[in-house]
Design a protein around this ligand. Structure first.
Ligand code: PLP
Length: 384
C-alpha cells in the first residue's frame, strides 16, 4: 500500500463520518459582511469581536509602516529583525495588562508552544483543564513535564491531582480564561487559591477574554479576585484586537527568561513590523472601546435569545462565543449548510475540536452587527 492510498482511505472514512473540512475563500471582508465565493453573506463566525480588523486607524497604521519599512522583518528579534514597533507594542501590552513586561510572539499558538516548555520540563507537574485549547495541549506535550488532565472547570479534581505535589519540582495549572468552543469562564479565583496553597503557579490563556471582558477589555485575568494572582498571562491579538500575533505578559524576570528560552521566539522570524504597528493601533482602540464592548455584549445577548426563539439549544453565557448545540457531526454540518444557503455563515465545529457527540454551530457576536443585520439573521433563521 502506498502512502497516498493509505491517506485516501482515511480521508474517505472521515468523509463518511461528516468530519472532512474544506477551505472557503473570503473576499472583500468588511467586518461581518463578506463576499464568499462571490456571494454576499453575513459572517457570524469570526473572532473579530470588536470589528477592529477593518478600522481606518488600524489600516492606516499598518499601511504607513509598510510604506516605511516594507513587509518582512528579515530576522528573529534577537538577531536582525527587531523594530521599534515591536517594543512599542510590548510596552502598551504590559501597561494594559498591568504587568512589568510583555513579549510578543508570532501568534497565540507560538506563545503557548514557546512559553510552557520554557518554564516546565522533566520532574515538573502540569494540571490541565480537559477543554483547553489545542495550543496549550501541544505546549504541555512539548514540555515533557507530567501532565494531568482534570475535568472541565472541576477545581475539586484538580486539587486531588495535587496530592503528591511534593514529588515534583515546579507545578503549573494551565487553563483557557474563556474556553474557545463553549465561551464559558475558567474558575480563576478558586484555581488561584489552589495554586497558592500548593506552591504552584497559573498559566492562563485569555485569547477570547482579551478585548471582551474586564476594565479596558484587559480580560478575565484582570477581573476582581484574580488580578495580580496569575503569574503567566497569555493572549492573542488575532481575536478581539482584529490584528495578528500572540503575547505573554508578567514580571520582568519572566519575560527576560522567556526571551532566552522560548524556542518559538528565539528561532522564529519576528512578526512584520507593520503587523505590530496595526496591532498597537488596535490595542489603543480596544482600551478605549467601552462603547464597542457594550454593543458586543448587547448583540451577544440578542443572538442567544433569537437562536433560542427558533428552537435551538444555547447555554447562558457572558462572552462573545455562543455555542448552538447540535450533537451529531453530520447534523451540525447540515445546519451550517442550510444557514449559508440563507445567507449566514456559521462554522460547524466537530470532533476532534470538540468531544464526540457535542458538535455545534459556533456563533460569535460582533460589535459591528447593526439592526439591518439582525433582520437579515432573523430572516435566515425563519427559512430553516
Ligand atoms: C485562537 C486561540 C489561540 C491561538 O491564537 P492565534 O493567535 O490564533 O495563534 C490560542 N489559545 C486560544 C484559547 C485560542 O482560542
Amino acid at each position: 500500500m502506498t502512502l497516498d492510498s493509505e491517506l485516501s482511505e482515511e480521508l474517505a472514512e472521515w468523509r463518511r463520518g461528516g468530519l472532512t473540512r474544506s477551505l472557503r475563500a473570503l473576499k472583500e471582508s468588511s467586518g461581518v459582511h463578506v463576499l464568499l465565493d462571490g456571494r454576499p453573506v453575513l459572517s457570524l463566525g469570526s473572532n473579530n469581536y470588536l470589528g477592529l480588523a477593518n478600522h481606518p486607524e488600524v489600516r492606516a497604521a499598518a499601511v504607513a509602516c509598510i510604506e516605511r519599512v516594507g513587509l518582512g522583518s528579515g530576522g528573529a528579534r534577537l538577531t536582525t529583525g527587531n523594530y521599534p514597533e515591536h517594543g512599542a507594542l510590548e510596552r502598551e501590552l504590559a501597561d494594559w495588562q498591568g504587568t512589568e513586561d510583555a513579549m510578543l510572539f508570532e501568534s497565540g499558538y507560538a506563545a503557548n508552544i514557546g512559553v510552557i516548555p520554557a518554564l516546565l520540563g522533566r520532574g515538573d507537574l502540569i494540571l490541565s483543564d480537559s477543554l483547553n485549547h489545542a495550543s496549550l495541549i501541544d505546549g504541555c506535550r512539548l514540555s515533557r513535564a507530567e501532565v494531568r488532565v482534570y475535568g472541565h472547570r472541576d477545581v475539586e479534581t484538580a486539587a486531588a491531582l495535587l496530592n503528591d505535589r511534593a514529588a515534583f519540582r515546579r507545578c503549573a495549572i494551565v487553563t483557557d480564561g474563556v474556553f474557545s468552543m463553549d465561551g464559558d469562564l475558567a474558575p480563576l479565583p478558586e484555581l488561584c487559591t489552589l495554586a497558592e496553597r500548593q506552591g504552584a503557579f497559573l498559566i492562563v490563556d485569555d485569547a477570547h477574554g482579551g478585548g471582551v471582558l474586564g476594565p479596558e477589555g484587559a480580560g478575565t485575568i484582570s477581573l476582581p479576585g484574580v488580578d495580580g494572582r496569575v503569574a503567566v498571562r497569555i493572549g492573542t491579538m488575532s481575536k478581539a484586537l482584529g490584528a495578528s500575533g500572540g503575547f505573554a505578559a508578567g514580571s520582568r524576570a519572566l519575560c527576560e527568561y522567556l526571551r532566552h528560552r522560548a524556542r518559538s521566539f528565539v528561532y522564529s522570524t519576528a512578526p512584520p513590523p507593520a503587523v505590530a504597528a496595526g496591532a498597537l493601533a488596535a490595542l489603543r482602540l480596544t482600551r478605549q472601546g467601552d462603547a464597542l464592548r457594550e454593543k458586543l455584549h448587547d448583540n451577544a445577548e440578542w443572538l442567544r435569545s433569537v437562536f433560542r426563539l427558533h428552537g435551538w439549544t444555547v447555554p447562558d453565557g457572558q462572552t462573545a462565543i455562543i455555542p448552538v448545540m447540535v450533537g451529531d457531526a453530520a447534523a451540525a454540518v447540515l445546519a451550517s449548510e442550510r444557514l449559508l444557503a440563507a445567507g449566514v455563515l456559521v462554522p460547524a465545529i466537530r470532533p476532534p475540536t470538540v468531544p464526540r457527540g457535542s458538535a455545534r454551530l459556533r456563533v460569535t457576536a460582533s460589535a459591528a452587527l447593526t439592526i439591518a443585520d439582525r433582520i437579515w439573521i432573523e430572516k435566515a433563521l425563519n427559512q430553516l
